[in-house]
Write a protein that binds this ligand. Structure first.
Ligand code: ATR
Length: 275
């Protein structure tokens, strides 16, 4: 029998997850379909009950529901619980299981595209939902430090205070971080600054960097943000947000179907959709 999957969010029309997953279903001969569902704010509980009642086999969760969905599920993966956000739900015989594949997807893209030193010193720019997913995932790779800088310092401070005792984490203002850039091996840009259509702004200028380093941006439209471009011009090896998007989807697909999908194929589908 055909299986149904989907993504819930608001807005949702811009999502390219349906094309990415439907292309994989056809490619692997899986009788399934993935559909975008626009859910009204305040109607999340009804929507989740409806998806469960209809036997939808699994779904992604996107803005603004990744945190609010947690109490509506039957079981939450420990990493997702730590992050405080779920982006992937598996419906296992009427039991809803919640996972976060954003952080692990980001890590997989780093591992694919970069060679990091052992115990890297990491700076994360931003302290929102994406920063949380990356922060708690990267804690597990044994970094020497994960510092956070953010426009609102208090948000960086409260996230840094959640760090495990064996991972030093300092909260910095954007100006302080800009002055201390040479302390880091990897800089990760997680804010919305530089995202289409407001291209050209910079959360922090990497111009003062004068040692080998790597830089990642979670934005994939534009393909290369001004931030990433300036890092590249300072000699950095850079990674844009396409890998994170592809691998969060690949990990979800594997949770739903047991099939580890071809990530290159997924990347091509995403690039085609972005035009
Ligand atoms: P996401 O889930 O994508 O991380 P979010 O939780 O709304 O989205 O977080 C957005 C991040 O971008 C925050 O770190 C935010 O900084 P504040 O905490 O100070 O709001 C950052 N951000 C958004 N607009 C910004 C801007 N113009 N300059 C600097 N940082 C900005």
């Amino acid at each position: 029998m055909k299986k149904f999957f989907g993504v819930i969010g608001n807005p949702i029309a811009q999502s390219i997850s349906p094309q990415m997953h439907n292309n994989l279903f056809v490619y692997y001969g899986i009788d399934a379909h993935y559909h975008p569902f626009l859910v009204e704010r305040g109607k999340l509980s009804e929507a989740v009950q409806g998806l469960k009642a209809l036997g939808v086999a699994g779904f992604n969760v996107t803005v603004p529901f990744k945190t609010d969905i947690i109490p509506l599920l039957d079981w939450i993966d420990p990493l997702a619980l730590e992050i405080g956000a779920v982006n992937t739900v598996v419906n296992k015989d009427g039991i809803l299981l919640g996972y976060n594949t954003d952080g692990p997807g980001f890590l997989k893209s780093l591992e694919e595209e970069l060679t990091l030193p052992k115990q890297p010193a990491i700076l994360i720019i931003g302290a929102g939902g994406a920063a949380r997913a990356i922060f708690f995932t990267l804690e597990k790779i044994g970094p020497s430090a994960i510092d956070l800088c953010n426009r609102s310092l208090e948000k960086a401070q409260s996230l840094a205070a959640e760090a495990k005792s064996h991972v030093p984490s300092n909260a910095l203002t954007l100006d302080e971080a800009e002055r201390r850039l040479n302390d880091y091996d990897l800089i990760i840009q997680t804010t919305t600054v530089g995202m289409y259509p407001e291209i050209g702004q910079l959360p922090l200028d990497p111009g003062g960097m004068n040692k080998p380093f790597s830089a990642a941006d979670i934005i994939y439209n534009p393909y290369e943000t001004e931030f990433l471009k300036r890092c590249r011009l300072r000699g950095a090896k850079t990674v844009n947000g396409i890998g994170m998007f592809v691998y969060q989807g690949a990990l979800a697909f594997e949770l739903w179907t047991g099939v580890e999908p071809d990530s290159e194929r997924m990347r091509r589908t995403v690039l085609n959709q972005l035009g």
